[in-house]
Write a protein that binds this ligand. Structure first.
Ligand SMILES: NC(=O)c1ccc[n+]([C@@H]2O[C@H](COP(=O)([O-])OP(=O)(O)OC[C@H]3O[C@@H](n4cnc5c(N)ncnc54)[C@H](OP(=O)(O)O)[C@@H]3O)[C@@H](O)[C@H]2O)c1
Length: 237
């Protein structure tokens, strides 16, 4: 059985995607900082996932994570999902704050991808999928830092795709719109109502629609270096 390594697995979107992800026929290797609560969640919901606790801003902890992944057979699919929202007017955004956001939203993906690629290159196959946001393409007020961090992820995936293009490994990004889970639930009601008016399909997305996009990328040998937009028509390239 092949392995999916999913980061940010304790988050709202990941938890909501787990039931559908579990149907794809992969062993789920899940990582979060809140490992006990994720284990309890999996037991309660009947999800067969192995859990490991790691802070992805730490080189050492990511090293320990991938040593554990190797003990389970290695990383065939990496989903770089960990990420945090951020809001600050750009004239108040200091470089140190930007640097902290880049550490979790961008460098965590770099750390994990580097480890995952060692296994994938040895096997001659693999999938790297990173999670970005419609906000990276259609920013709203106060999202300059978040937009920059997600744009970095997308650019990095394109570069990884080129490096691995002849090694049986693809690297892509899914930039999703406003999904009805996770950080969306932290957005004030009035703002959500206003955001909804900008979505042509007049609905927030459902987590299983992201699993459909993941499933497509798992099956596609010839799709690489792309950003797949799943956003109800809110932004079109
Ligand atoms: N929900 C949406 O509408 C939406 C839209 C577009 C893009 N996204 C993107 O989708 C991804 C998941 O978002 P979500 O809505 O599920 O948000 P969420 O509920 O806030 O989950 C974020 C996850 O990131 C993890 N994380 C944060 N800092 C970390 C660190 N230092 N080390 C390890 N893990 C860390 C959190 O881990 P802990 O459990 O350890 O705190 C949590 O599991 C993010 O990349 C987000 O930018 C979400």
């Amino acid at each position: 059985m092949k392995n999916i390594v999913l980061t940010g697995a304790g988050g709202g979107m990941a938890k909501a995607m787990l039931p559908e992800l579990a149907k794809l026929g992969y062993r789920l290797l899940l990582t979060t900082r809140a490992v006990d609560s994720l284990r309890e969640h999996c037991e309660r919901e009947g999800i067969e996932g192995q859990c490991f606790g790691a802070d992805l801003t730490s080189d050492e902890e990511v090293g320990a994570l991938f040593a554990w992944v190797e003990q389970h057979g290695g990383c065939d699919v990496l989903i770089n999902n960990a990420g945090v929202a951020h809001a600050a007017a750009s004239w108040k955004l200091e470089a140190a704050e930007m640097s902290r956001l880049m550490d979790i939203n961008f460098l965590s993906a770099v750390r994990c991808t580097q480890h995952a690629l060692m296994h994938m290159r040895a096997k001659g196959s693999g999938r790297v999928i990173s999670i970005s946001s419609v906000v990276a393409h259609k920013p709203s007020f106060g999202t300059s830092a978040y937009t920059a961090s997600k744009s970095a992820v997308e650019g990095y995936m394109r570069g990884v795709a080129i490096d691995l293009a002849q090694k049986g490994i693809t690297a892509n990004t899914i930039a999703y719109g406003y999904m009805n889970a996770g950080m969306l639930h932290d957005v004030p009601e009035e703002l959500l109502a206003q955001v909804k008016t900008t979505i042509p399909m007049d609905a927030f997305g459902r987590p299983e629609q992201i699993v459909e996009a993941i499933s497509y990328l798992l099956g596609s040998e010839y799709t690489t270096g792309q950003t797949l937009h799943v956003n109800g028509g809110q932004w079109m390239p």
